[in-house]
Design a protein around this ligand. Structure first.
Ligand code: NAD
Ligand code: UGA
Length: 458
């Protein structure tokens, strides 16, 4: 069968896998190949146990794999045989040298550019899907266009806005698709070619275009604005705890102003995930690079409030439990950075677990999807950590429960039975404000939500 377009994606992670599965599903007329340097990851994508838990993803892969979606480690052939190449390799925070702890580590990105240059035998459109510092496309263009053999490369920016846990819905019904290109004749033609792919299922008015630098920067700014809302409401949660106000009531009243909007105003133990922190630090680094110290300080405060919120959670636990956690058994409900994913990258639960161990508590980690990752994250913390998948069983014999991920299942447990099985006095620290606090209190728990007055029996 001949396909209308041959599409390659380099990087088979949380973005590359689901994004390409959606394109393959919506566009049976295209052949989509996803390649990765990690053979285990590719083997998993080709197995019944795909490497990412994401609601709806299994079904998409089942419908397309082997039909017009293929996973492979053969990067060289992939580059040679495809004319449209998405790059969705990881761009973590740099851990060494200049900019360590702040700047984006672009080594995987640049390696990919060099591979595309080395293996290409025809002109290609290369699409930045990874999140990158503004002006990265310029570096990509300089690497790619350094040979004069008639092969041309057009670099586009097409940032991904999916959120984990709702990736399939976000891909199917995106708020917008953003495509940035050079505003030359070639650039505009490449832009059109990419827009055609999305037009298979996304309406025209949602496919927006811009100059390439605006597109790169819009991605960092979107994440910064989202994280800023969380830090704003979390900062207010600290004040609510002092002022006997209820942060949920405040968020509702504030969010009903249509200029503000109600989403992303859930106070919590802080945001996690692989991107918010790294992207804001990247933005801060860029601002400092351009000498914009005040702007950098402003965005840096979003990360500082997030750190503060996590530390505050531990301090509240300590204060509530008579200033000592040593020898106490504490159950963590949830380890993923949010519900409906097994991803634990930058999860606040990692911070909480480590701090509790520092306080010499014993911890029991429970999560329906993230225990495998939790074991890797907490490796080395020794015998003070147990892993129990089932939430009620995990809490047995514990002095306290710390709810860290908003999994729906935690709302529907038998709290009386759980209370009966715990050490007394029993505590619940609801780091996501999802439980029925009054009911838990009536059963006998001492309940500590975020940003609300605690309900205690003392
Ligand atoms: P990931 O770590 O899950 O996946 C990246 C993959 O790229 C890995 O499997 C890695 O082995 C592979 N890789 C690295 N170098 C390679 C190379 N030279 N050749 C082939 N494969 C290579 O990362 P992710 O979460 O998918 O994120 C990818 C990018 O997308 C990042 O820039 C991130 O900021 C951005 N992003 C992520 C999300 C998200 O929800 N995770 C959402 C939007 C944007
Ligand atoms: C986020 C953005 O929402 C996506 O648009 C973006 O594409 C992605 O980052 C990325 O670039 O990686 P994600 O991190 O997957 O997506 O998940 P979010 O739903 O944004 O949640 C991030 C964190 O904020 C989670 O820890 C979540 O629990 C927390 N959060 C979210 C709150 O604490 N309160 C809220 O009101 C909302």
């Amino acid at each position: 069968m001949t396909f209308k377009k041959n599409i390659l994606c380099i990087g088979a992670g949380y973005v590359g896998g689901p994004t390409m599965a959606m394109i393959a599903y919506k566009c049976p007329q295209y052949r989509v190949t996803v390649v990765d340097v990690n053979p285990d990851r590719i083997a998993a994508w080709n197995s019944d146990d795909i490497p990412i838990y994401e609601p709806g993803l299994d079904e998409l892969v089942a419908a397309t794999r082997g039909r017009n979606l293929f996973f492979s480690t053969d990067i060289e052939t992939g580059i040679r045989e495809n004319d449209i190449i998405f790059v969705s390799v990881n761009t973590p925070t740099k851990a060494f040298g200049l900019g360590a702890g702040m700047a984006a580590d672009l080594q995987h990105w640049e390696k990919t550019a060099r591979q595309i240059l080395e293996y290409s035998q025809s002109s290609k459109i290369v699409i930045e899907k990874s999140t990158l510092p503004v002006k990265t496309a310029l570096a990509m263009e300089r690497i790619l266009n350094c040979r004069e053999n008639g092969i041309c490369f057009d670099v586009l920016s097409n940032p991904e806005f999916l959120a984990e846990g709702s990736a399939i819905r976000d891909l199917e019904l995106p708020d917008r698709i953003l495509i940035g290109s050079r505003e030359t004749e070639r650039g505009l033609k490449a832009r059109q070619s990419l827009a055609e792919i999305y037009a298979n299922w996304v309406s025209e008015e949602k496919i927006i275009t811009s100059n390439i630098w605006s597109s790169e920067l819009s991605k960092l700014v979107s994440n910064a604005f989202l994280a800023q809302r969380i830090s704003s409401i979390n900062a207010i949660s600290a004040l609510c705890e002092k002022a006997e106000a209820d942060v949920t009531e405040v968020a509702r009243a504030v969010g009903m102003d249509s200029r503000i909007g109600s989403k992303f105003l859930n106070a919590s133990i802080g945001f996690g995930g692989s991107c918010f922190k790294k992207d804001i630090l990247n933005l801060v680094y860029l601002c400092r690079h351009y000498g914009l110290e005040e702007v950098a300080d402003y965005w840096d405060s979003v990360v500082r409030i997030n750190d503060y919120q996590q530390e505050r959670f531990i301090r509240n636990m300590l204060a509530a439990m008579f200033n000592t956690l040593a020898g106490k058994r504490i159950c963590l409900w949830g380890f993923a950075f949010k519900s409906n994913t097994g991803d634990t990258r930058e999860s606040p639960a990692i911070f909480v677990a480590r701090r509790l161990i520092e306080e010499r508590a014993e911890i029991v980690v429970s999560d329906p999807k993230a225990l495998k990752n939790a074991r890797l994250d907490l490796a080395g913390l020794g015998s003070k950590v147990d892993y129990v998948e089932e939430a009620a069983r995990a809490a047995e014999g514990c002095h306290a429960i710390a709810l860290l991920t908003e999994w729906d299942l935690y709302r529907h447990l038998d709290f009386q039975a759980i209370f009966d099985s715990m050490s007394k006095p029993a505590f619940i620290f609801d780091g996501r404000n999802i439980l029925d606090h009054r009911r838990c209190f009536d059963i006998g728990f001492n309940v500590y939500p975020v940003g609300k007055p605690p309900l205690t029996h003392f």
